[in-house]
Write a protein that binds this ligand. Structure first.
Ligand code: C2E
Ligand code: CA
Ligand code: CA
Length: 546
């Protein structure tokens, strides 16, 4: 703005000399006229300049108000923009949090078992890595404990999946509580769990830990108005330092578990080299059993049952034998457990029943009077869905067949469906017998549940007769209860004439045991049965010495 004003003198400044002088005027007049003119000129110039300044000021004012407005607009815009940015940031933050939560959720789902909420196999792998680092840093040993539930399949199949889930949730809780602060717990499959723990090197600590869990798991599980029972077996493997390897440790724990299951229920087995061999043997035997089923190398041997007083033949029990190509004739001790493990025991039961029916028909065709045969029936066989169809197809001879059931099948968790099935068997003319009676814990209950035609007193009770005082008391009590319920009583495992006499005196209806007859092949049994039929008095004492 200063550039618009030249450095010319402004109004009121001293004025210089005029250059022209009119000839008619005096010097002074001329000077005064000049001055007046100059003043006029200056005044005009001043006015112009003032006007220019005003214009400039006006312009300036105009521009600054425009600038102000522009500034205001800019400020408003800025404020709007900030609001938008804040809103967008907020939305973005929400979306990010949501995405993170979803990621965490899906990560959690990917790492946990949906039913029990326990870590799953993937999580187990990750935990293994972490614990391996800790074990090496702290100089500790690491153990993998593989748990498998016994009887779980039975619950799932007979009582239903809701009961199965109930059991799994319960087991998950028991494990979490027992392991709190001590071990990592995961569920790796249907009824299988793997625990990892670090320990100082004393295996007894790990064993005690596993055994305490086995004990807790064996307690009854309340389920509605009833109770469920399971039991668990552990396979344990351990390693320390550089030898800790996830693949090997978990596989070894699994192998140890396989052996634990073979030894019975509620077993804790540790992995070792000897165990490795035992497992190989067991696996090979399992394969051999499969082959033997295909080639029907299983056959029944028979043991006679006679009337306790008259010694007349009442029945025969079919006992499975395996005619092994190298090892000769093998008893159930050599294969039942493994066949159960491989879930093929029902096929052996089926072969034995079919062959026993054939033998019975043959004996009868030769005029030999064998009133009944009984076969042993596994839980597996009893729960086969096609059992009844199969029995109908076999066209059982009327009133001639009994099924011997182990009372332990029914002890804890028989469901309504099981009792209906038993009724269907009775309707088919099959008599039910409770085997090894007196060896379980709730025999009286199973009597009312199963309503058998006959009970077979466990041979440990019979063999105590004459030497163990309580045996006599027990046998007498069983006979009395059976009489009240109109159930027949067979004494099993009668080895001596004295035991036979005591059983008869105590009121048993029938006798079975080495004293009367050893288990014999079909051909030999016929001769023994004929001998006894000819001369019942000779039934005793012949075999007892063998
Ligand atoms: P179990 O049903 O209690 O059969 C009686 C067992 O006692 C038989 O053993 C028999 O040989 C033995 N025994 C008979 N009398 C005497 C005696 O006086 N003294 C002694 N110490 N023992 C005697 P085995 O044949 O070895 O059978 C063992 C078990 O295997 C049977 O016990 C039964 O539970 C099971 N079993 C046998 N055959 C079959 C079958 O076809 N299917 C199924 N699922 N199990 C079977
Ligand atoms: Ca039996
Ligand atoms: Ca028995």
């Amino acid at each position: 703005m200063s550039a618009e004003f030249s450095p010319t003198p402004s109004c009121g400044e001293p004025v210089g000399q005029a250059s022209e002088e009119p000839p008619s005027l005096t010097e002074a007049q001329r000077a005064s006229a000049d001055a007046a003119q100059e003043a006029l000129r200056l005044e005009r110039r001043c006015r112009r300049e003032r006007a220019a300044r005003r214009e400039a000021e006006r312009l300036l004012e105009e521009k600054s108000s425009a600038l102000y407005e522009a500034n205001q607009r800019l400020a408003t815009l800025n404020a709007d923009l900030e609001t938008v940015v804040a809103e967008r940031t907020e939305a973005l933050r929400d979306a990010l949090a949501e995405a993170e939560a979803a990621k965490a959720r899906s990560e959690r789902e990917a790492m946990h078992d949906p039913l029990t909420g326990l870590p799953n196999r993937r999580y187990l792998r990750a935990a293994f890595e972490k614990m391996t680092g800790a074990a090496r840093a702290e100089g500790k040993a690491m153990a993998a404990l593989h748990l498998d539930l016994d009887r779980f399949k039975l619950i799932n199949d007979t009582i239903g999946h809701a009961a199965g889930d109930h059991v799994l949730l319960h087991v998950g809780r028991v494990l979490s509580e027992s392991a709190a602060g001590r071990a990592f717990v995961s569920r790796v499959g249907g009824d299988e769990f793997v625990l990892l723990m670090l320990f100082d090197g004393d295996l007894a600590e790990v064993t005690a830990f596993a055994e305490s869990i086995v004990r807790d798991l064996s307690l009854p599980i309340p389920y509605g108005a009833s109770q469920l029972r399971v039991c668990g077996s552990f396979g344990v493997a351990h390693a320390r330092g550089d030898a800790i390897n996830a693949g090997a440790l978990l596989a070894n724990a699994d192998r140890a578990l396989y052996l634990a299951k073979g030894r019975g229920r509620g077993v804790v087995a540790h992995y070792s080299g000897a165990l490795e061999q035992a497992i190989r043997d067991r696996k090979a035997l399992g394969d051999e059993i499969d082959d033997a089923i295909r080639s029907r190398a299983f056959e029944p041997f028979y043991q006679l049952r006679v009337d306790a007083r008259t010694h007349e033949v009442r029945s025969v029990e079919a006992l499975a034998r395996w005619r092994h190509p190298d090892r000769g004739v093998l008893g159930p001790g050599a294969f039942i457990e493994i066949a159960e493990d491989h879930r093929v025991i029902h096929r052996i039961d089926d072969i034995i029943l079919e062959r026993a029916l054939g033998d019975l028909a043959a004996w009868r065709a030769f005029g030999l009077d064998i009133p009944r045969i009984s076969v042993n029936v596994s839980a597996d066989r009893l729960s086969q869905s096609n059992l009844l169809e199969r029995l109908k197809a076999l066209a059982l001879p009327a009133s001639s067949v009994s099924f011997e059931l182990l009372e332990t099948i029914f002890l804890e968790q028989a469901a309504e469906a099981d009792f209906q099935r038993l009724q269907a068997l009775r309707d088919l003319g099959v008599a039910l017998e409770l085997d090894d009676f007196g060896s379980g814990h709730s025999s009286i209950l199973s009597l009312t549940q199963v309503r058998p035609r006959t009970i077979k007193i466990d041979r440990r009770l019979v063999q105590g007769l004459g030497s163990v005082e309580s045996s006599g008391v027990m046998v007498r009590a069983i006979v009395e209860i059976a009489a009240a319920l109109q159930v027949r009583v067979v004494a099993e495992g009668v080895e001596t004439g004295e035991q036979a006499a005591l059983c008869a005196a105590l009121g048993c209806d029938e006798l079975q045991g080495f004293a009367i007859c050893r288990p014999l092949p079909a051909s030999a049994l016929a001769a023994r049965a004929r001998d006894i039929q000819r001369e019942p008095a000779a039934a005793l004492g012949l075999e007892g010495a063998a």
